[in-house]
Design a binder for this molecule. Structure first.
Ligand SMILES: [Zn+2]
Length: 157
């Protein structure tokens, strides 16, 4: 276990209109993909997942290795190289159910994200500047074009 010092936000890239609660499906998808069991008995690659109605489920302990960001080198030189391995426990990964290239998080989901970010930031002493999006590390839109990094960072007081 590491002491976490980063938080990364993801989306599931599956519409939460089609499936509002994707934890079970994603856990199964990641079991088939990686078969990487957490200390809590789950296979989900993220630490937390938040459903459309704002239900928060934890699949991996804070500080436990994850399977969430395999783009290990800082993307386009935006981030320093030492932030590279975001799967070794230094980063807590939060996945929001939804496809935020085409839809927006529900208010209940935003409140749940806000409360979780505040709780984790306080517990582990993580500054809001250490909250990142997956797309800061990878040539993808995750967690979706409709989400703005500063808006998410400012959910933390
Ligand atoms: Zn992602």
């Amino acid at each position: 276990m590491k002491k976490p010092s980063y938080i990364m936000v993801h989306h599931s890239a599956v519409s939460h209109d089609k499936n509002p609660d994707q934890f079970v499906a994603n856990n199964e998808y990641h079991r088939a993909k990686w078969n990487f069991k957490s200390s809590m008995g789950f296979f989900l690659g993220y630490n937390y997942e938040i459903s459309k109605i704002g239900l928060v489920r934890q699949a991996r302990a804070d500080g436990e290795p994850t399977a969430a960001c395999y783009q290990s080198l800082a993307y386009r030189g935006v981030l320093p190289r030492w932030t590279g391995n975001m799967n070794d426990g230094r980063c807590i990964h939060i996945c929001l159910d939804g496809y935020f290239d085409i839809e927006k998080p529900e208010p209940a989901q935003v409140y749940a994200l806000r409360d979780l970010l505040r709780k984790l930031a306080k517990k582990w002493g993580i500054p809001k500047g250490n909250v990142y999006f997956h797309r800061n590390y990878a040539p993808k839109t995750c967690p979706g074009k409709n989400l703005d990094l500063n808006w998410v960072r400012n959910l933390i007081v």
